[in-house]
Design a protein around this ligand. Structure first.
Ligand SMILES: Cc1ncc(COP(=O)(O)O)c(C=O)c1O
Length: 403
């Protein structure tokens, strides 16, 4: 496989006309090490954040052995790269065929549910496998708070999750059938509030206490989900260790193993997106690039964070930091009029057609969600030895020009 020394080297050698996700595994190793050393339990990874084989291999090489999978395809993928993996099928609503495959062919014994109907689907698959099958299987009840948790980015409480009293009923139901049980929640992606994990663990503790009082067995685990943030420019997210401390403190009141399954926090910083400007109109703040919301920028209309940027001229040279900068509107590659980045991007005022914009921290929910809308191919992910990383929690040099 061709690997490039840097993004500038790639531009010089290829002058790429299609957007490219420039991937370098170093940040994955660092992030995984932080989780493995300091998270007070087992660290898994949510495969959905980036199922590209190079990324999967990097996560496995960094030492992750547990995975949150959402489909049969993700199960196959992980078993190919890590045959001894522990898989948690934590999609609360699974295709019946996928449950059959997961339990009978892939040996998965851990499933999330949030209602009795999903439990019955799983139980039907195990029908006839005997009591031991149920005892070997952990059903993890996904619950939610009555108030939305998290801090504005992606509320994960509307689609899934049983309220506390229903979670108690579900736990008792699963226990009465002979299953082992666990609890899980998702506090919202790019969560900026470490205490929201503590609040949800406390709620989990009261759900568990109420069901113990009614005779259920001890929990197999509490899975605190993902949601751990990355430091996008200007976001001033608390450091990971603040999350781990809040989780450890709340969990110290409940004697049960912990699991987490971050997606974004492990892989976002591993890829920068290289895009080319296909048109700059004269005396106009609109730039039209070869990528957009139907490609790697799927998230941007929904969230209040924006990736850091730097600009390269057509020959790969970085624009100097000194000089005049302006805010530009960035419009996407399709013919669709919704296709634009929500916030303006600060770029050199002389940037023009044929120059390149590199967006940092684009390794999560980018290639994973891109479409072929308008016949435009999703950005390819390629290996680049070293990519720029931006200092934690600070604004970029170029953005400060426009503030
Ligand atoms: C069940 C589950 N776990 C973990 C994650 C990963 O979340 P994040 O990328 O915010 O860490 C997701 C994301 O959608 C999820 O649905």
């Amino acid at each position: 496989m061709i690997s490039y020394a840097s993004v500038s080297d790639l531009i010089r050698r290829e002058a790429p006309g299609n957007p490219l996700l420039c991937f370098s595994p170093g940040s994955i190793k660092k992030r995984v090490e932080q989780f493995l050393a300091h998270f007070p339990g087992e660290t898994g990874w949510a495969v959905k954040s980036n199922p590209h084989p190079l990324v999967v291999r990097a996560v496995v090489d960094a030492g992750i052995r547990a995975f949150d999978v959402a489909s049969r395809h993700e199960i196959d993928l992980i078993l190919q790269y890590c045959p001894s993996a522990t898989l948690h099928f934590n999609h609360p609503v699974k295709a019946p065929e996928d449950i059959v495959f997961a339990w009978h062919s892939a040996g998965i014994r851990s499933f999330a549910i949030d209602c009795p109907e999903e439990l019955e689907k799983i139980d039907a698959v195990l029908d006839g496998a005997g009591e031991t099958a149920r005892r070997d299987t952990v059903l993890t009840i996904r619950f939610r708070n009555t108030r939305p948790t998290g801090t504005g980015n992606y509320c994960f409480d509307e689609k899934f999750g049983a309220h506390a009293s229903k979670a108690v009923d579900l736990l008792r139901f699963a226990d009465s059938l002979g299953y082992r049980t666990g609890l899980t929640f998702h506090p919202g992606s790019q969560n900026r509030d470490p205490e929201s994990y503590a609040t949800l663990i406390d709620l989990g503790r009261s759900i568990a206490a109420e069901s113990f009082a009614q005779g259920t067995a001890a929990l197999a685990h509490i899975n605190v989900g993902g949601g751990f943030p990355c430091s996008y420019p200007g976001g001033l997210e608390p450091a990971l260790k603040t999350y781990f401390a809040a989780i450890a403190k709340a969990a110290s009141y409940i004697a049960c193993p912990l699991i987490c399954e971050p997606g974004r926090a492990l892989v976002a910083e591993s890829a920068n997106l290289l895009t080319r400007i296909n048109l700059r109109r004269k005396d106009d703040p609109r730039l039209y690039i070869n990528e957009g919301i139907y490609g790697s920028f799927m998230e941007t209309p929904f969230v209040d964070f924006q990736p850091p940027v730097q600009a390269h001229s057509a020959d790969g040279t970085l624009f100097p930091e000194a000089g005049t900068y302006n805010d530009f509107q960035i419009w996407g590659a399709t013919c669709d009029s919704l296709d634009r980045l929500r916030k303006p991007v600060c770029l050199p005022s002389t940037i023009g057609t044929g120059d390149f914009i590199e967006f940092g921290m684009m390794g999560a929910y980018t290639n994973a969600t891109a479409t072929h809308f308008n016949g435009i191919k999703p950005a390819e992910l390629i290996a680049v030895a070293e990519i720029t990383s931006w200092p934690t929690g600070t604004t970029t040099a170029t953005q400060s020009h426009c503030e």
